[in-house]
Write a protein that binds this ligand. Structure first.
Ligand SMILES: Cc1cc2nc3c(=O)[nH]c(=O)nc-3n(C[C@H](O)[C@H](O)[C@H](O)COP(=O)(O)OP(=O)(O)OC[C@H]3O[C@@H](n4cnc5c(N)ncnc54)[C@H](O)[C@@H]3O)c2cc1C
Length: 426
């Protein structure tokens, strides 16, 4: 057993070594030249789209460099996605390694902050950095500016409030988990049970006494299935198409997140076999229950399809005790039945599709040639996808998305500040 002070020391070291961490958020005069602080004549021309962690982190870093970004958020408050989270939701990444630049998640949130603690943090983060967030209007489209829009203006942003906002720089941070995705299963429209996407799930209350099928064995699906089983659903099945990579959230106090940060940049050929061995040592064989060990490697899968491993917070025990029953993948619906890939059918009264999300960027920027066929931005993170156009929060890695967002926000802000310094003056 690793002792707690030793663990804290190791995690503290990781915090320092990895280098993508908080900082005080205040800027000394001597820092200004190094940071590329701008004289903010045309500061209103910097817009950040989305008031989630990524948008707030970008805005805070831009402000730290003397700019006055405006955050455009479709919800009424910051953290709209987190407000939609289920009651049981907690961060799977460690609090101290998940903070945004300039103000970390308070210690009081505990090691694995809850949904409400994250929302509270985002509200405080906005206040701490005095960020200007305009809520209640959705950005519909970003278009290239014309000569009439003025010198130095590159983009024009249109919102559902009818605004037309000229911008030199835009940071798009509308979320990797933007648009709930439900496969186009045959017969779905005639299904007589309830169908919900995981985004709509709050708790087991409405499903008490029902037979429920959860589709998809990722982090959300496995947690929702466990929640349903513990919360009074009569029977709970989980449909497994691709067997998941599974890790324990922590082993003897050492978090999987910390290991993820340490190995995330190593070759998959090195990490995959070690992860396979670790699974054999720490995760019981679930093959008899219908969840075999996958043939691919853990890091290979993250890089190939952007899918992080399932972190076990009770799912394994629920499967082994029979509270949650794995079944084959869903192939379609017929009346009140759900059809499965092994030829069987389930009489599920409710189906929860934990089948992922799409980026939903096509309408906003699809015409600009900046998206892959998959809908992901071709370039995201620190570099611009087009002059003055950045995408933040679209990468998936073992470091945790919040941590990557923090690092990328720190890279975007100085580039934007330098660009504005060299912009033509009005
Ligand atoms: C269930 C779940 C658990 C997660 N747990 C972790 C974890 O433990 N650790 C971790 O590091 N990461 C985690 N993540 C991943 C990631 O950190 C979060 O999804 C995080 O919220 C991403 O921040 P974001 O700002 O990029 O996106 P979001 O939080 O989704 O914020 C995007 C914002 O943009 C707004 N918006 C969208 N479209 C428009 C528009 N057109 N105009 C204006 N506003 C718009 C939305 O309303 C929203 O407020 C988790 C994700 C999910 C779904």
């Amino acid at each position: 057993m690793i002792t707690r002070p030793f663990l804290s020391m190791l995690l503290g070291l990781l915090f320092l070594l990895d280098g993508d961490n908080g900082g005080s958020g205040t800027v000394g005069a001597g820092d200004e030249k190094r940071m590329g602080i701008v004289n903010v004549d045309e500061s209103r021309q910097v817009y950040v789209i989305g008031g989630g962690p990524a948008g707030l982190a970008a805005a805070a870093e831009l402000r730290r460099r003397g700019m006055q970004p405006v955050v455009l958020e479709r919800g009424e408050q910051v953290g709209t996605s987190w407000r939609a989270g289920y009651d049981r939701l907690h961060l799977h990444t460690v609090r101290g390694l998940s903070g945004l630049p300039g103000f970390g998640i308070p210690r009081a949130a505990g090691r694995w902050p809850s949904r409400d603690a994250v929302i509270d943090y985002l509200e405080r983060y906005r206040a701490r950095h005095e960020l200007e967030v305009r809520g209640g209007a959705e950005v519909e489209r970003i278009a290239a500016a014309g000569a009439a829009d003025g010198d130095g203006v590159r983009w024009v942003i249109n919102t559902t409030a009818g605004e037309r906002l000229p911008a030199r720089s835009v940071v798009v941070a509308t979320g990797h988990a933007h648009t709930p995705y439900v496969p186009d299963w045959p017969g779905l429209e005639a299904y007589t049970g309830q169908l919900r996407h995981a985004r709509e799930y709050r708790n087991a209350g409405p499903f008490a006494g029902l037979d429920v099928l959860v589709v998809g064995v990722g982090n959300s699906g496995s947690e929702i299935a466990t929640d349903l089983a513990e919360g009074g659903a009569r029977r709970v099945w989980i449909a497994v198409r691709t067997p998941p990579q599974i890790v324990r959230r922590d082993v003897a106090g050492w978090p999987a997140h910390a290991t993820g940060i340490l190995v995330s940049r190593l070759p998959a050929a090195v990490v995959d076999p070690v992860a396979r061995l670790q699974r054999r040592l720490t995760i019981p064989d679930l093959t008899p229950y219908g969840i075999p060990v996958p043939a691919d490697g853990l890091l290979s899968r993250v890089r190939r399809v952007g899918e992080v491993p399932l972190q076990d917070v009770g799912f394994i025990a629920a499967v082994r005790s029979g509270l949650v029953t794995p079944v084959a993948a869903v192939t379609g619906f017929e009346g009140d039945k759900v059809l499965l890939a092994d030829g069987s059918a389930l009489g599920a009264q409710a189906v929860i599709a934990a089948t992922g999300y799409r980026r939903g960027l096509e309408k906003m920027v699809g015409h600009l040639g900046v998206l892959e066929e998959s809908g992901l931005p071709k370039v995201h993170g620190g570099a611009p996808a087009a002059p003055g156009l950045y995408f933040l929060g679209y990468g998936v890695s073992l470091r945790g998305m919040l941590r990557d967002i923090a690092g990328d926000a720190r890279r975007i802000a100085p580039a934007v500040a330098r660009d504005h310094q060299s912009a033509p003056r009005p």
